[in-house]
Each structure stands twice: as structure tokens, then as C-alpha cells.
Design a protein around this ligand. Sequence first.
Ligand code: ZN
Length: 533
Amino acid sequence: MSIQVYNSLTRAKAPLEPLEPGVVRMYVCGPTVYDDCHIGHLMGPVVFDTIGRWIVARGYRLQVVNNITDIDDKIIRRALETGEDWRSISERYTEQYLQFLRELGVTTISDHPRCTEYVEQMVAFIEQLVAEDRAYPTADGVYFDVERQLGYGKLSGRKVEDMQAGARVAAGADLRHPADFALWKKAKPGEPTWPSPWGDGRPGWHIECSVMASALLGPTFDIHGGGDDLKFPHHENEIAQSEAHGDAYAACWMHHGLIQYGGRKIAKSDPRMQDPEFALQFNARWLLDTYGAPAVRYFLVRSPYRSPIDFEPGTLRGARTGLVRLHKLLGALLEEPDEPTLDEILARELPAELAAQRATFVAAMDDDFNTGEAVAALFKLAVGAKGLAGDARDTALRLLRDLGRVLGLLMPGDAARLAAADCGDERLGAVLDAALAVRQGARERKDFATADGLRELFAAQSVKLLDGPSGSTWELDGASDERLGALLDGLLALRGAARGRADFATSDAIRDALADAGVNLLDGPQGTRWELV
Ligand SMILES: [Zn+2]
């Protein structure tokens, strides 16, 4: 069984068949380094690292190039605004980006080429396009002639004719077609420059990826990846200029969905971003420090990579809670350093139920790297393991851990890294978990008074319940001591009601679940009080 990959260019899945048997070469567009990273910058590297890990697990050698755009209009603008040298700006944010990738366990990227290291090759590339009249110099630079490129628009589904109507052409621009794009930009005063036959200047954005991809991976390679927002114009233009240059370029294009907020893509230019508190929730450093890098990685891979990810207050908290649950279940196994290969995991003799979950996980990853279904299989393993004891439990938990590790999850030290992150709601999370366990038990005993009471209690505290195939989970948009107190008071009231009807099963279940969450109940003459241990 081979890996099936969805190709955005053909709009179909096809088996992964590397150009050189046994070796997969992949290029992933990287960041423009002019400002702090946000959650959107982390998605590409984590998604393609997970994809890369699976390709390696399936026995291929892998080369991944992820470029750094270290010269660009935005960097120059930042330098002019702040008076800081453009190099020191781009170096600082490059280092920040690479540090985040280390924290997130991104291990499969082999090269991080910087745009400024390849300017000479870019000039040579553009010279060839100009010599063949596929590009032409103007007063302010060199432009690519899109009309002479057969099939321009094939990736994004746009037509050159349609671009005419909508395009706004600056007065005096001497372009052959409004959709023609800059390969070389002549320098304005005060800007960093490199020499070229068309005057001092700097490369346009699109050209750098074409040149660095072919320099490091060859004129044709297996996979080109990036976010959905890069399809047009960036990737369309990469294809056009590389094909015009005579390169076959990428055989397969992969695009990941974008981070959304309230169902929409959130841009830096969104007016709400002026509010520092609003903007902070997207800030990569803040997210990693608040929720922990393992939770951020898990959040980014728990759904299929092509879907957009809804990012709202509480979603990362919910992801973190799910991960903490897996960590607790694994206990000491989580700290063992073993990292068996996929082949070793597949060779294990397993009871039918576990073998079926393993097969589900593998089939999901082979089917266009469906991490959403693969993660769901991990949770099914977790649910199943809870009901086991002894060796059977150990076997199930090892399988869960080792499959997770193939995706870069459930690594040694992850629990400590989550604990070190200051999310401030561990206790509330534990109490909500306890309440969910009570609700599950009440439903099974058909104790609807308690189950309904819990539902009302959650609603009153704006706790969202999500019932899924792997059990229920919860999300909430902010932790506070008042909320914790209100939930505990509500649970005590439900326990009091159960005792009133002599339902000691429910009453004991609430006491035991809260004890697991580190809350003691003290029964006294004035009623019951709760106390945090
Ligand atoms: Zn690119």
C-alpha cells in the first residue's frame, strides 16, 4: 500500500511515486522575517514536518527545504520606520522562527536557505528569461510576461483574461499585461541593493522560491507545499517562471488549510489586531509559553491538514486538556525514550482490537496524511486501554504512545513542558474532567436528574460540551477562580440532591471523581464543603 497524496494542481489523489525511487524531495514556503511569528507561521512547518515524518516512517529518504525571506518590502519598511538595520531585523526574526521550530519538535527540515544568499543565481535565472523574451525590463525593474506562459493560472484556476478586468495598474506603469509580476525591483534611495544588468536592486518575492528550490532540490522535485493563501499569486508565479526557465518544477502541490477566527481567515491588517490583548492570543511566543509547545503541535495536527483550523479562545485549552489526559494515562511510559520505527510497530503481534486501531491509524496516514483520523484512532486506543489491566493495558498504551511518536506527539519530557507552561487552569480542567466522568456514569445508570443537572451547570458556566466518537470533551473560553467555585458548588448541590433520593451510587461517584481531581469533600453538620488539596 502506497501513500496517496492529494495534488492541488490535478485536484486528485495519486500514489506518491518519487522521481528518484526511495527519495522524496520537498519544498515548503517559509516566513518573511520582519515581525513576531503568529500561530499561522507555525502551521506550515508543523503540518509538513508531520507529513515528512510519515514519509520517513514509510521507508523513504527525505529532503525538505524551507526558505527564509530575509529581504522584502515589509522588512525594508520596518527598517525605515524603526531606524534599525534591515539585517538585524531579519536575523532576529529568523532566529525566533527557528527557535519555535525546535520547541515544536520540527525535525525533518534539512535546509533553511536565506533569500539574500541566492541573489546571484536569481539574477542569472532572470537573465535567461529576459534573453528568451519571457521577461522584460521596465523603468522600475524586470517583469514576467504572463501572456506568453501557456497554462498560466492552472493551479489557482484563474484565467489571464479575467485578470485584465480586475487588475489596477499604476499610472505610468509600462507593463505588457496588468498581471505581469516583478522578478527584479530597482532600488529606491536608502534600500539595500545588489548589482544586476538592469541596475542595482533586489529580487521580487516569487523568484526566490523558484531559484532556491531548483538550486537545492534540482529543476524538478516531488512536492511543493505551502498554505492555501499562497496558491495565487505566489505559487502560480513560481510555476510560470520555472516552466518558462525550462524546469519541470514540482510534480505535486500540497496546500494546508489556514487558521481561521470566527470562521474567517484573520489577517494582520484586521482592525481588531490594533487591540494588543486581541492580537496577543495569536502570538506564537505567548501561545507556546501559555499552553506549551506539545499542546500547540497537537492542536495543529489533530485535524486533517487541508481543512482550515478554527482558532478561538478556548480551542487550544481544549486541545491541551485532551493531550494532558493522554499523558496521564501513559504515566511512566511517557518518559521512556523508546521510539520504535513504524516497521517495528507493524511487526508486533497484537490482539484483534488493537490491531484494528493500528490499521485504522496507518490507513488514515496513508490516505493523504489524514492526521485527524489518525489522532481519533489514538483516542480510541486510550478509551480501550482504560478498561484493561496488567499486560493487556501495557500493550495497548505502548501502541498508543509509539504511534503518537511517529507523528512527533507523546514524547518524553512533553508532560513537564506542558506543566511548565502557565495556562493557569489545570485544576479547573481536572474538575471538568471529573464532572464529565460523573455525567457519563449517570447516563449509564439512567440517572437523568444528575445528567441533566450537569448539563445545566455547564451551560450556566458557558462550558461547551463536545460529544464525539472518542467520548465527550469540553471547551471553555477562560478560566477563573469564580468559575471553579461555581462548578464545585454546583457539583455539591447535585450530590446533595442524589443523597436526598438515597442515590448513593451518584453521590459516591461525585465524591470519587472530585478526589481524583484533587478536591476533597468534607461532610459536616452544616452540610458539605469542598477543599482544594
Ligand atoms: Zn515560496
